[in-house]
Design a protein around this ligand. Structure first.
Ligand code: GTR
Length: 453
């Protein structure tokens, strides 16, 4: 198997990419001199706080990455047909088997959509609001998820849409009193939550992450779902959410779907609904997610080619960041603190990142040649901004293979200077682990260029 050799230890990086049989030599001039670098004081502070994790670029070990264009049997992918029919399914299967697990079902036979609210004069006339209950089994007691949709009003054509899971319930993204209050489980520590259920006090508490009016003004729609409708985010042995409705065996195999698998599956079922909605341009649906939901958006976008664009906001370990860099959060840490997120096979790679049959650049390559945007924040070293950028960069050969340009810079860009080239976008902004209006505006700039309205 051909490998990409990637050496960071000396701050000087050389790697060889094989593009359609042609070896291309890319010399990097050193990530410490160009583009963004982490502030040393921040690395020092974080190291003092958690000395067992690495926050220094010079301590990233040397590692090798698999070339996404070389098949498991060692042959090179010669044409797009081979990518589509053989290599893409092969990589997808590796992620199913070793990382996110396998969903036992795709679209259930009894999947149904109840559009329980349509208001064509919502938000003071600016929006069409819809709320849809998606029932997965046809049983009254569920499981089900509620999709909240806002579309720009008085638009003649179908509109492109951003679709993303939210952390605290649909009613938290906007103060619109008509949003149905979520009834699924939530942690009591969240604002306005009592006895693990949302109260009226939760309305609009997360609106800073969801600039609804700004999204509508730019001609996009927004659809969102509370991720806990699909699987409440705590480890209960998969007894709640969608898992028990579809798991066939009592004993869960090592590649059974975890929580991220269930959340991503829910986004695909939301797409099943979107395909029936005549107000939405189903060819231009972008999925977006922050943090654990960024990992989820990437996995959903990798497995379901109906999504035209995939956005990872500060997704970090198990998302866009390369696991082999072991910078910030590690495979062992994530599997220990969140044992329900990934499949059990992933735990076998705790502390053994070099043995993983995939790394996260291969996840990005599954999105190719569709649009992908990865974003980091300079204070979010836990999520490894460099590692997030590099997985986009190392997926570029697959984009080029499809005739797309790929990123034209081979080092992480400076702070606040987005690069949006060849179906790939990346930025690093100032600030903390968060989804901000700055991030949204950049995603919409990118969508403006490539997702025709
Ligand atoms: C952290 C976790 C990250 C990230 C984050 C989040 O505790 O270590 O991987 O997912 O949670 O989702 O907010």
């Amino acid at each position: 198997m051909k490998l990409i050799k990637n050496i960071f230890a000396c701050f000087c990086l050389t790697f060889i990419l094989s593009v359609a049989g042609q070896a291309q030599d890319l010399q990097h001039e050193g990530i410490s001199q160009k583009g963004w670098t982490a502030k040393k004081e921040l690395s020092d502070t974080l190291t003092k706080r958690d000395p067992e994790f690495n926050y220094y670029e010079e301590n990233v070990p040397a590692f090798e990455l698999t070339d996404p264009l070389i098949m498991l049997d060692g042959t090179e992918v010669a044409d797009p047909e081979t990518w589509k029919l053989k290599r893409r399914p092969e990589i997808l299967e590796l992620f199913r088997k070793f990382v996110y697990g396998r969903a036992p079902i795709e679209r259930p036979e009894d999947l149904s959509f109840d559009v329980f609210d349509v208001n064509r004069e919502a938000l003071g006339g600016k929006a069409i609001r819809k709320q849809v209950r998606v029932n997965f089994t046809g049983k009254n007691e569920g499981p089900f998820m509620d999709i909240l949709i806002y579309l720009p009003n008085h638009v003649k054509k179908t509109v492109p849409l951003f679709l993303g899971l939210n952390f605290q319930g649909n009613q938290t993204i906007h103060s619109d009193p008509a949003i149905r209050i979520n009834t699924s489980w939530l942690p009591n520590e969240k604002e306005g939550v009592e006895n693990n259920r949302s109260t009226e006090k939760t309305r609009g508490v997360k609106s800073s992450r969801w600039p609804v009016e700004k999204i509508l003004e730019r001609g996009y729609g927004l659809a969102t779902i509370y991720y806990g409708d699909l699987d409440p985010d705590f480890h209960d042995g998969f007894k709640n959410g969608v898992h028990p409705a579809f798991d066939k065996q009592d004993a869960r195999p090592d590649d059974a779907w975890g929580a991220i698998g269930a959340w991503a599956w829910g986004l695909c079922r939301a797409m099943d609904y979107i395909e029936t909605d005549l107000d939405i341009d189903q060819k231009h649906v972008a999925i977006i997610g922050h943090s654990r939901l960024g990992k989820t958006a990437l996995w959903a976008g990798a497995r379901d080619e109906r999504f035209a664009m995939v956005i990872s906001n500060n997704s970090g370990c198990g998302g866009a960041a390369l696991s082999r860099r072991r910078f910030g959060e590690t495979v062992e840490r994530i599997n220990t603190v969140f044992p329900h997120w990934f499949c059990d096979n992933f735990k076998k790679y705790n502390g053994k990142e070099d043995d993983l049959p995939v790394d996260q650049h291969m996840l990005i390559s599954l999105i190719a040649p569709r649009l992908v945007y990865i974003a980091s924040a300079d204070e979010d070293l836990w999520a490894d901004p460099h590692g997030e950028f590099l997985s986009a960069l190392y997926a570029n050969p697959v984009y080029r293979f499809f005739g797309k340009k790929g990123l034209e810079i081979d080092y992480i860009p400076p702070l606040g200077k987005p690069v949006q080239q060849g179906n790939t976008g990346y930025h690093i902004r100032t600030g903390k682990h968060n989804l901000t209006e700055y991030d949204w505006q950049r995603y919409m700039d990118f969508a403006d260029k490539y997702m025709s309205k």
